[in-house]
Write a protein that binds this ligand. Structure first.
Ligand SMILES: *[C@@H]1O[C@H](CO)[C@@H](O)[C@H](O)[C@H]1NC(C)=O
Ligand SMILES: *[C@@H]1O[C@H](CO)[C@@H](O)[C@H](O)[C@H]1NC(C)=O
Length: 345
């Protein structure tokens, strides 16, 4: 975890000191040879190969612009910093197109027993972190499959099952991708709805474990382990709350990990590497994630703890701290408080 106090500033200062103490030759940051070498290293690190030199040159041009952008944001002393992550050879347009397969189909049905709105007496603590309560599995990686909806639903289901049974079990995303295609709502790696996923889990009597039905990051045929009868976790239903607002979202998260939709299409979201994210962000809900807590930095900035499904190399080991209580129309930054849902047991 990074300190919330000016990580980019700290990083930059450390870099300058490094130059002074090592006596290294100072070269312009935008030096093409230097960037070319950085691109090669980045390719090796992420196992990326281009089909030909033309493609490589094209990708390098994009990489260069992204590195320049990332450096400019990092030197601007914001509450968050960006990193040259594995999306670094994608233009923001391409990145968005990649995400736009992740259209969330929002269903307005709900079949939950408890409605947190009724629990007016609930005292919302100043900080909650379900990770420290052992209710969050390690960060997963969706890869090239547009099934964020399934990762989001699985994360909050893993949470409630832990709270109910005391056992943290990694549950199968692939089962949702392969088997939850009966209604037209969910289309595997193409798109899907978080609520429809909960509907499936409730109807199916639970989900298989990740170990029994592992993730393959592609559409598949519903396997034997996917049929009911081999299920590790059962939920009764779910509650979904459109326009939940940040105050009620906190109440819900104080009870359990919650699935939400966000706009993840922004350039700063693409390259987020740590700190409290307060960057430019829209409210075109195109990505499903889970809120697993909230807290406050030393400088008083409040944030949500967001579990993403882009692997551990994105953000803070796969998580984002997203600025909370930004006011305005109460949609929350990146639309985080525009739609929330959670499973009930
Ligand atoms: C919760 O509140 C809703 C709306 O105010 C009401 O219809 C429902 O009966 C309440 N449920 C309980 C269990 O109090
Ligand atoms: C995955 O399967 C669904 C349901 O059969 C289908 O609608 C969708 O187009 C498929 N997506 C891909 C990327 O193959």
């Amino acid at each position: 975890m990074l300190s919330s106090t000016n990580p980019s500033c700290f990083f930059f200062t450390a870099l300058l000191l490094g130059f002074v103490t090592s006596g290294a030759v100072i070269r312009p940051v935008a030096d093409t040879d230097h960037l070319s070498l950085q691109h090669e290293k980045w390719m090796a690190k992420h196992g990326i190969e281009y089909k030909d030199t033309a493609e490589k040159n094209h990708r390098f041009e994009i990489f260069k612009l992204n590195v320049e952008y990332i450096n400019s944001v990092n030197s601007a002393n914001r509450k968050y910093k960006l990193g040259v992550n594995r999306f670094a050879d994608l233009s923001n347009g391409e990145f968005k197109a990649l995400r736009s397969g992740l259209k969330l189909k929002i269903m307005r049905s709900s079949a939950g027993s408890f409605r947190f709105q009724n629990a007016t007496a609930t005292v919302v603590p100043s900080a909650v972190d379900w990770r420290s309560k052992g209710a969050v599995t390690p960060v997963k990686n969706q890869g090239q499959c547009g099934c964020c909806w399934a990762f989001s639903a699985v994360a909050s289901t893993e949470g409630i099952i832990k709270l109910k049974t005391g056992k943290l079990i990694s549950l199968s995303v692939q089962q949702l991708v392969d088997c939850d295609v009966i209604t037209s709502e969910n289309r595997g790696c193409s798109e899907g709805s978080i609520d429809a996923a909960f509907e499936f889990i409730a109807t199916n009597g639970g989900l298989a474990t990740e170990a029994n039905y592992p993730y393959r990051a592609s559409n598949g045929t519903c396997g034997v382990a996917g049929k009911s009868g081999s299920n590790a976790a059962a939920i009764r239903g779910y509650v979904s709350v459109p326009s939940i607002g940040e105050a009620l979202l906190a109440k819900a998260v104080a009870r359990q990990p919650v699935s939400v939709a966000v706009d993840a299409g922004g350039r700063d979201f693409q390259f987020y590497a740590g700190g409290v994210f307060s960057g430019e962000c829209g409210n075109d809900l195109n990505h499903g994630v889970a809120v697993v807590g909230f807290g406050k930095g030393r400088d008083g900035t409040k944030y949500w703890i967001v579990k993403n499904s882009w692997g551990v190399s994105w953000g803070e080991s796969g998580y984002m701290r997203l600025q909370r209580d930004v006011g305005g129309d109460d949609e929350g930054l990146c639309g985080i408080a525009m739609y929330a849902s959670y499973p009930t047991v």
